[in-house]
Design a binder for this molecule. Structure first.
Ligand code: AMP
Ligand code: MG
Length: 394
């Protein structure tokens, strides 16, 4: 443990060095959104499985315009025709329905004269016209998705097309969220003087869920050493990551660090040269990670995004966030000895601070589109400087 506050990057590296990939588990494909694939998905059959029609019309043998064909049956989606097509014959066919034997093209409804029993083709019908071939999308045995792939809607859809109902995925992280503080009351409660609503417990749970992780426990504890320790003991037994807010400074009513340490969590760092978010604490016990985030609502969210979110991504097998850059629309003063995480709104490719940046001003977080880090130093970072945007999406 260092006495000096760590840089943001050093703190992130230390956290990363304690992250290990969670085990894989079979997940119903419908529940796999945002998870990371832990196996290769192979197409179980051709997709489409049979040649089928791209149009509503008539399946027939290719040939010249002006032919009149006898309609001998129908092929509907899911109900192929039971007949084969010969010269002078056609089968009424729907989009997606299997091509009948003998037919090699489909004349769309719009280009035939249909009297119910016969159709006359107004145009020449070229071989292969409006026919989708078997295996045009996927061939049986094709490697469709590789391990490590993050599953979005298209990946989930193609896994189903490839024949899968379940996928081996890195399991979502189990996260316990704890808010400490005697002054906190549940949402909607009447407040006595000095009390406030516990906004962190809600915001932190939402961040966990936005990271594709599960909240397995969400509790409030008062500023009491025994209550804090028993809550953490339960949390550490069930969770991959325990995220706690408040109680992490050096006041007489701050019990978080001692409670974690008393439960065998080893302190890895305490304090980061960051504003807001200086008194951030991080420890680990085996594979379990523990974060003591500062209590002020913006500090809690910023430190979650900077430190907890990358850990969740790492253990869930997701790649690090890609960042994009923007330019400062106004000069922003530098803090002398801490890097400042500034809430900004985007206007085109320019960013502007959202207003007062106090660590208790949640309204300026709610107005923000992104965060930017203004490195510590003298003076200010000039308007027009290039900055990296940190997303608010974990
Ligand atoms: P602490 O880090 O415990 O000293 O908390 C710093 C300040 O953050 C407290 O005085 C509260 O005003 C505020 N705070 C702490 N926990 C919460 C919470 N769960 N929800 C909203 N504000 C909080
Ligand atoms: Mg407190």
């Amino acid at each position: 443990m260092a006495d000096e506050p760590l840089s943001i990057a050093a703190a992130q590296q230390l956290i990363a060095s304690h992250c290990s990939l969670l085990p894989a588990k079979a997940i119903g494909v419908n529940e796999a959104l945002g998870l990371v694939l832990a196996e290769e998905v192979i197409a179980s059959g051709d997709v489409p499985s049979r040649a089928n029609s791209a149009m509503d019309g008539f399946a027939a043998m290719s040939g010249a315009a002006g032919r009149t064909l006898r309609v001998i049956g129908e092929s509907r989606a899911g109900q192929p025709a039971q007949v084969a097509v010969n010269e002078g014959e056609a089968v009424r066919i729907s989009t997606g329905a299997t091509m009948p034997e003998g037919a090699d093209a489909v004349a769309p409804i719009e280009v035939v004269d249909d009297d119910g029993a016969n159709v006359t083709l107004r145009d020449e019908l070229m071989a292969g016209r409006n026919v989708r071939l078997a295996g045009e999308d996927l061939r049986a045995g094709d490697a469709v998705l590789a391990p490590g792939r993050e599953l979005g809607p298209a990946e989930m859809g193609i896994a189903v097309a490839a024949g899968r109902a379940e996928l081996q995925c890195v399991r979502p992280a189990r996260v316990a969220v704890v808010a400490t503080g005697d002054e906190l009351r549940e949402p909607g409660a009447e407040l006595a003087p000095g009390e406030l609503h516990d906004s962190n417990l809600t915001a932190l749970q939402a961040l966990v869920r936005s990271a594709g992780s599960e909240v397995i426990l969400a509790s409030h504890v008062g500023d009491d050493p025994a209550a804090t320790a028993s809550c953490f003991a339960e949390a550490l037994n069930q969770a991959d990551i325990v995220v706690c807010s408040g109680g992490v400074s050096v006041g007489p009513h701050d019990h978080v660090k001692a409670a974690f340490i008393g439960l065998g969590v080893e302190e890895r760092f305490w304090r980061v040269a960051l504003r807001p978010g200086r008194p951030t604490w991080f420890g680990s016990r085996g594979q379990s990670l523990a974060f003591g985030l500062p209590g002020n609502p913006v500090s809690a969210m910023v430190t979650f995004l900077l430190f907890v979110a990358p850990a969740l991504r790492a253990i869930q097998g997701r790649a690090a966030q890609t960042t994009r850059s923007a330019t400062l629309g106004e000069a922003i003063a530098r803090h002398s000895d801490r890097d400042e995480c500034v809430r900004v709104r985007l206007e085109g490719s320019q960013v502007f601070a959202t207003g007062p940046q106090g660590s208790h001003i949640l309204s300026s977080m709610a107005l923000a589109d992104a965060l930017v880090i203004i490195e510590r130093g003298e003076g200010s970072l000039a308007a027009g400087s290039e900055v990296e945007l940190l997303t608010l999406q974990p």
